[in-house]
Design a protein around this ligand. Structure first.
Ligand code: UT7
Length: 330
């Protein structure tokens, strides 16, 4: 028998500190005009000193628990999607478990799927709930992207920001909100379009005292990635809509990955989706990778933009390459 996956609560957190385009003008040869016209980004949030991925995740998880009316001791599983964990080990999910006091959670693990981490996490939660319907799975996409940004590289440093988005998924509950369907994709042959940590990991480990090189940070073949992002997200959106007998007109709120306003516009155009139905916060937060669609969903719910009965479609795209779509009904 098919088990429903209910969305018991969502939440998000962004750090207080703002890095504006004019701040970046002081760091690299760029301009507010270039960043705004090429990306739509005006500012991004950056984690404060000592604020790590697990701290951001903790804040978002706390809000999701509060919105679900649950205590941390009710969680059974914790998944943290990130490419900027506090450490290699212990995992950020274990740190979140400890910080939350979720002592009854029987499983905690990190998940690495680039910017698709939140949709990958929701799909993994669906799988857990299918096997154990009484689970309460915390899914968090949390990133301190700026910890992997080379602030001397104007091609990338203007694009990223920090934040976290969280959701609690269960097979049981009184919530109306549920995950209707989800689809994931991966194409590892295109991994070189957005590598992070080519240096400093097992393929090219650092030795003690070695200087950190630029290949430790995010690198991007932006133009190529742009094309794949638009095509990949458009195809997957049509796939999940078709699979569920829907068209874009049936979707009340469309939440694409927030990487670049021009990608969002091109995607909306390809899908003939009016921009009024597209949730946009890339101007305020930049690209927060695995947190991106989670923050947007949390914010849209908080702002009352998701009414009971609304169909919401998340679609993400990122390093790997990976992409994913989640259809929600509130
Ligand atoms: O999260 C995963 C998904 N992310 C994406 O899919 C990102 C996809 N890519 C993009 O968003 C865009 O390709 C970028 C925003 C990264 C770049 O925009 P673009 O319109 O594709 O610019 P470009 O790479 O074609 O570069 C145009 C010019 C170059 O100068 P030349 O070679 O034409 O003289 C760059 O050096 O703009 C220059 N440039 C900058 N100038 C001022 C690159 N970055 C900057 C900058 N300020 N920050």
């Amino acid at each position: 028998m098919y088990t429903q996956s209910y969305l018991l609560g969502v939440g998000y957190y962004v750090p207080e500190r703002i890095l504006s385009n004019s701040d970046l003008e002081q760091l690299v040869e760029t301009s507010d005009e270039w960043i705004t016209t090429r990306t739509g980004i005006k500012e991004r949030r950056i984690a404060g000193t000592g604020q790590s991925c697990s701290d951001l995740a903790l804040n978002a998880a706390g809000k999701a628990l509060q919105n679900a009316g649950m205590g941390a001791d009710q969680l059974t599983h914790i998944l943290v999607a990130t490419f900027t964990p506090d450490y290699c080990e212990p995992t950020t999910a274990c740190l979140v478990q400890s910080k939350l006091g979720a002592s009854r959670a029987m499983m905690a693990m990190d998940l690495a799927a680039g910017c698709s981490g939140y949709t990958y996490g929701l799909d993994t939660a669906r799988g857990i709930v299918a096997v154990r319907p009484d689970s309460a799975v915390l899914v968090v996409g949390s990133e301190v992207c700026t910890s992997k940004v080379n602030f001397q590289d104007r091609n990338t440093c203007v694009l990223f920001g920090d934040g976290a988005g969280a959701a609690i998924v269960s097979g049981q509950g009184s919530s109306q909100a549920r995950i209707v369907d989800s689809l994931l994709r991966a194409d590892g042959s295109l991994g070189d379009l957005l590598p992070v940590g080519i240096e400093g990991n097992s393929a090219r480990p650092y030795t003690l005292g070695q200087q950190v090189g630029e290949e430790y940070f995010i690198q991007m073949k932006g133009r190529e990635l742009f094309r794949h992002a638009v095509r990949g997200m458009a195809e997957l959106t049509l796939d999940i809509l078709g699979k569920n007998g829907l068209s874009i007109a049936d979707i009340d709120l469309f939440i694409p990955h927030q990487a670049n306003m021009r990608i969002i516009e091109a995607l909306a155009k390809k899908l003939a989706c009016p921009l009024e139905k597209v949730y946009i916060n890339v101007d305020r937060y930049g690209n927060t990778s695995a947190a991106s669609v989670g923050i947007a969903l949390g914010e849209a719910v908080e702002l009352g933009q998701v009414k009971t009965g609304a169909k919401v479609l998340l679609v993400s795209f990122g390093a790997g390459l990976t992409w994913g779509a989640t259809l929600l009904q509130f």
